[in-house]
Write a new protein. Sequence first.
Length: 258
Amino acid sequence: MKPLQDLAVYDDAEFYDREFATRDHDVPFFLEQAVRAGGPVLEVACGTGRITLPIARAGVDVTGLDVMPSMLALARRRSAAEGLPVEWLEQDCRDIRTDRRFALVFSATNAMQHLHDLDSVLAFLTSARDALRPDGTLVLDVFNPSPAKLARRPDAPYRHKSVTDLDGAELEVRAATGYDAATQVLHFTLDYLREGATVRTKKVSMRCFFPEELLALCRLAGLDVLERHGDYDRSPFTGASPKQILICRAGTGDRRRP
């Protein structure tokens, strides 16, 4: 199995945490899923606990799993400071090792798209499936590929967003993307500019999952897709949806389309 790529971009956990500190529009969806499941819950690729910790604050038994020690170190400090009983696992999502079986396993915010090759994707899906209780739910969250965005030229950077640096200064983020159709991987180069000068650069590559392909991969991994949403508001999935959010369970032999 190929090693995971581009994860060095997550070494600086403090900056990552600051960059996504204001992102919260997805939290209510996953919090609702966790409360409904009742626990135990496993978040795969939990990062610094942006979603894991609100679930713990709601009194749900939750475990966070991530492959990056720097991310987990910050997450552990935060849960300890609040007295939250969260278990943190430093593991590769393609080989989840735990004696527990979970009512809910979820992977949020495109994390699954760091898995670029078929073997890695199927290893993750089957490992997550095996971590479920018999009636447990797996939630997958990836973006819906936009042909217009995939067609962007690498030599045509665009303003992506603005973020706050660790010292409080505002940074403008410019992105350049190039799509490799043979591998279905979208490559990003993100330049962080302070007063026009680049102060840091990140390179990120995300595997694109097309809608019918994602359904087929779930089936190959022994998962039934029960629901498919186009965003965190649970809107129906369409070709124009920004997201693909799949609600899955371990296969029962019922292969009706969602």
